[in-house]
Design a protein around this ligand. Structure first.
Ligand code: AP5
Ligand code: MG
Length: 216
C-alpha cells in the first residue's frame, strides 16, 4: 500500500499516520519528523532546516525531496504512508515522476479537511515526544503517565504567529496540490473533525477497495 496524507497543519496527519502504521504495518514517513530529527541530531543541514521551519516557512523543495527519497528507498518503495509530503506542486510532480520511474505510483491520497479555528485550537494544545515526535493533545490525547515529562515538549512552530504563518503558507503554496491529485483521481477527501476513533473509522470506510492490504 502506498498512501499519502494531505491537509492543513494540525489536520491530524501525524495522528492518523500512526494509526495506519499500527493497523497495516506501514512505514510512516513524515518529512516534518525527519527534519526535526536532523536538527536534534546535529546533522550538517540542521541550522538551515531550523531557520526555515522555526517560523513556519517551508524547507526548499530540493532538500525535502532528497530527504523523502532516501526514506522511500530505505523502505523499499512500498508499504508506506507519507505525512506532510508533497506540499508544493513541484514536490508533487517530482514524486509522481520518481515513483512512476520505479513503477510504484501512489495509490491514494487522503485529504483530512479541518477548518482554521480547529487547527489553531489543536496546535496550541499540542505537545510532542522529543524523541519519537508522537503528537499529543493536552486535553484529548494527553501524554501517557509513564512517559518522562521532560521528554514532552512544545514545537517552536506551534507558537501563535508561526501557526498563522503556516496556515497562510498552506493556502498559498500547498492547496494547489489538492487539485493535482484530484485530477489524477487519487484524492479522497474526508472530514478531520470529530474524535480520533471517528476519523479512523472514516479512513477505513474510504480506503480504496482495490488496495491490497492486511491488518498488522
Ligand atoms: P509538519 O511536522 O509536517 O507540520 P504540519 O504539516 O504543519 O502538520 P502538523 O504536524 O502541525 O499537524 P498534523 O496534521 O500532523 O496534526 P497532528 O496529528 O500532530 O512540518 C513541519 C515543518 O517542516 C513545516 O512547516 C515545514 O517547515 C517543514 N516541512 C515538512 N514537510 C515539508 C515539505 N514537504 N516541504 C517543505 N517543508 C516541509 O495533530 C495536531 C494536534 O491535534 C495534536 O495535538 C493531536 O493530538 C490533536 N488531534 C489530532 N486529531 C485530533 C482529533 N480528532 N480531535 C482532537 N485533537 C486531535
Ligand atoms: Mg505532523
Amino acid at each position: 500500500m502506498r498512501l499519502a496524507l494531505f491537509g492543513p497543519p494540525g489536520a491530524g496527519k501525524g495522528t492518523q499516520s500512526t494509526f495506519l502504521r499500527d493497523t497495516f504495518g506501514l512505514r510512516a514517513i513524515s518529512t516534518g519528523n525527519i527534519i526535526r530529527k536532523a536538527i536534534r541530531e546535529g546533522h550538517e543541514l540542521g541550522p538551515t532546516l531550523d531557520a526555515h521551519i522555526k517560523d513556519g516557512g517551508l524547507v526548499p523543495d530540493e532538500i525535502v525531496q532528497d530527504l523523502a527519497k532516501s526514506s522511500i528507498v530505505r523502505h523499499n518503495f512500498d508499504q508506506f504512508v507519507l505525512d506532510g509530503f508533497p506540499r508544493t506542486l513541484s514536490q508533487a510532480k517530482w514524486l509522481n515522476d520518481f515513483l512512476e520511474a520505479y513503477k510504484v505510483p501512489l495509490q491514494m491520497v487522503i485529504f483530512l479537511a479541518v477548518p482554521d479555528e480547529v487547527v489553531i485550537e489543536r496546535l496550541s494544545q499540542r505537545r510532542i515526544h522529543k524523541l519519537t515526535c508522537e503528537p499529543y493533545h493536552l486535553l484529548y490525547h494527553p501524554p501517557p503517565a509513564d512517559v518522562d515529562p521532560s521528554l514532552i515538549i512544545q514545537r517552536k512552530d506551534d507558537r501563535p504567529e508561526a501557526i498563522r504563518f503556516r496556515l497562510e503558507t498552506y493556502k498559498k503554496v500547498t492547496e494547489p496540490v489538492e487539485r493535482f491529485y484530484e485530477d489524477k483521481g487519487l484524492l479522497t477527501k474526508i472530514s478531520g473533525l470529530g474524535s480520533n476513533t471517528e476519523i479512523q473509522k472514516r479512513i477505513l470506510e474510504n480506503l480504496n477497495p482495490s488496495l491490497e492490504y492486511q491488518i498488522a
